[in-house]
Design a binder for this molecule. Structure first.
Ligand SMILES: Cc1cc2nc3c(=O)[nH]c(=O)nc-3n(C[C@H](O)[C@H](O)[C@H](O)COP(=O)(O)O)c2cc1C
Length: 196
């Protein structure tokens, strides 16, 4: 089997966002393994309007050109790592919007999570797992939660991921787990058509 393609979704877009740091961190750890192809999918590169299409993407391709490009990129991936913060205890709206713009492109693909914030975006990621289920994805148990003093240290006090080596075992577990599910589902998708 060829190396699976993993999309690392950078799920916030605001000026000065923290997201770039954890996204680059998990990308570098994943790329160093050599058993998966990884690509950053930065939502800044897909500036989609708030969803106002006539039909759900489950039934009809979006008319918005950027959304079509987003759907094509999602379709090319075998699995996903969502790198996300937590906005008012929920999923950042720009991420929810991007998820609403595709459907079949996400189906039967696994997702893992890297979260950051006061509680490592745990509340946001729990919501995200439910949204991923509705997209017929396979959310994994695996996540890295960058929380408390780790988050504040990097957010406000000049620490970097070089100071956070204790997070690396969780990153390795996440990638091991995601790789298993990605290979299993990629093979199943190739062998069996999904029910209509
Ligand atoms: C609109 C908004 C809501 C926020 N709500 C939460 C929250 O519910 N929980 C939390 O831990 N941090 C919250 N924060 C702080 C974020 O954890 C922090 O700003 C983080 O850097 C946001 O991710 P970003 O920099 O990638 O946008 C919030 C920040 C913003 C801008």
């Amino acid at each position: 089997m060829s190396k699976p393609h993993i999309g690392i979704v950078v799920a916030t877009t605001r000026e000065g966002r923290f997201a770039d740091k954890p996204a680059a961190w998990i990308r570098d750890i994943a790329a160093a393994r050599g058993d998966m192809e990884v690509e950053l999918l930065d939502l800044r590169d897909y500036p989609m309007p708030f969803f106002a299409e006539a039909a759900s993407p489950a039934w009809a391709a979006p008319k918005d050109e950027v959304a079509r490009r987003w759907g094509q990129k999602v379709a090319a991936m075998d699995g996903f790592i969502f790198v996300t913060g937590e906005y008012n205890h929920g999923v950042p709206a720009v991420l929810k919007n991007a998820l609403d713009y595709a459907y079949r492109e996400f189906n039967r693909k696994p997702a893992a999570y890297v979260g950051y914030g006061g509680v490592g975006a745990a509340r946001s990621i729990e919501q995200l797992r439910l949204i991923n289920i509705e997209l017929q994805m396979a959310p994994t148990r695996s996540a890295v939660h960058i929380a408390g003093a780790d988050f504040i240290g990097m957010f406000m006090h000049g620490k970097t991921f070089a100071d956070m080596q204790h997070l690396e075992p969780a990153a390795r577990s996440l990638l091991d787990d995601l790789l298993w599910w990605t290979r299993a589902l990629k093979s199943a998708r190739a062998e069996m058509p999904a029910p209509a």
